[in-house]
Ligand binder design. Structure first.
Ligand SMILES: NC(=O)c1ccc[n+]([C@@H]2O[C@H](COP(=O)([O-])OP(=O)(O)OC[C@H]3O[C@@H](n4cnc5c(N)ncnc54)[C@H](OP(=O)(O)O)[C@@H]3O)[C@@H](O)[C@H]2O)c1
Length: 322
């Protein structure tokens, strides 16, 4: 089968389409014909770290497996799988290397997938799992509930566009922080207020909030302390060393990080939100499989307006159960 592999060494590595042996499902796995996958910043961050380490130490090729999110059709099921059958349209995520979704086929634990929500095509479904589960689980960690005043920093990106919609679906009053060019997009997602971070310090004259959800990972509990209510939560996606250290060294139970968990029941919650019209995928761009490197470059720019999707398999028939 065709799969994304690395070509070149260390920091000069490029992602290219190569040949790989098809994976075999274990007893709890399904084997999926992947139709679409999506890019998450974690992919290129880990790849970059591996490249830096590999250059001086190992001087060898990087691990050839990539991609966590997928949407596609079930081709085969393991002996213990009862909830999915061949031909089902599924979507999900798994961060273990054995699930490499940038390949024509991938194996994934049945606990990490759900049936695709009605009305979405494969690209739309593949854009959701990792980012939407991060948004849902982060909002829950921050005790988001009806009436909560929630600030979402990074409201125009992959996680942020979904966090705004999910927070609204949970009944929160939502303020989004984004640049001026994304103001109308974030308003259209349902945000009650939008702050342009390029026009000055977003903390000035804002708050106090019950929850500050930082999906840029640029902020810390300390930098947002002044805009939190006394019992307010600060939750970070912890996408860099500084934010991880700030969260890990905090003694407060209200200063937390979210580490996304691939849970079918949470995917099913997303399905309900999608099918009720409360949540829609926001796609920045779609790239052909052969242009995976370009898709990663787009993510690395830090300017994505929603999710970046890679079309892996034949999607001519469309996946959506419309
Ligand atoms: N812990 C976990 O399980 C987990 C899961 C998912 C993601 N993450 C991490 O969460 C972070 C966000 O992920 P993502 O997929 O949403 O990234 P993304 O899609 O690449 O985010 C891009 C967006 O960030 C906005 N942005 C950049 N600087 C900003 C700033 N100073 N203030 C407000 N918005 C800003 C950009 O808008 P402009 O162009 O207008 O600036 C752009 O729309 C990453 O660090 C990722 O690694 C962690």
């Amino acid at each position: 089968m065709k799969a994304i592999k690395t070509a070149g060494l260390g920091l000069g590595t490029r992602l290219v389409v190569g040949e790989s042996a098809p994976p075999k499902p274990g007893p709890n796995d399904v084997l999926v014909d992947v139709k679409a996958a999506s890019v998450n910043p974690k992919d290129w961050k880990l790849n970059r770290t591996a490249a830096i380490l590999a250059t001086p130490i190992l001087t060898k090729r990087l691990p050839p497996l990539f991609g966590d999110d997928l949407a596609g059709e079930v081709r085969a099921t393991g002996a213990n799988v009862t909830d999915f059958k061949v031909g089902d349209k599924v979507y999900g995520m798994d961060m273990r290397p054995r699930t490499a979704s940038l390949a024509e086929q991938a194996v994934i634990d049945e606990g990490c997938i759900a049936h695709m929500p009605k009305g979405l095509d494969f690209a739309e479904a593949a854009s959701l799992p990792l980012a939407a589960l991060t948004a849902l689980q982060g909002l829950r960690i921050g005790q988001a509930m009806p009436g909560s005043e929630v600030l979402i920093i990074g409201a125009s990106g992959g996680v942020g566009t979904l966090a705004v919609q999910i927070a609204k679906a949970l009944g929160c009053h939502v303020t989004g922080v984004c640049s001026g060019r994304n103001r109308s997009r974030v308003t259209d997602l349902g945000a009650d207020a939008v702050i342009d971070y390029t026009a000055g310090d977003f903390r000035r004259d804002s708050g106090p909030f019950d929850l500050v959800f930082d999906v840029t990972s640029y902020e810390t509990p300390k930098s947002c302390a002044a805009i939190l209510k006394p019992k307010g939560y600060f939750v970070s996606t912890g996408g860099n060393v500084r934010s991880v250290i700030a969260i890990r060294t905090s003694l407060s139970p209200r200063e937390r990080g979210v580490i996304v968990r691939p849970l079918r029941r949470d995917l099913e919650t997303l399905n309900e939100m999608i099918e009720s019209g409360e949540l829609k995928p926001i796609i920045d761009s779609r790239f052909p499989f052969a242009e995976t490197q370009e898709a990663y470059n787009r993510s690395r720019s830090g300017r994505a307006q929603g999710k970046i999707v890679i079309m892996v398999g034949d999607v001519s028939g469309d996946g959506g159960e419309r």
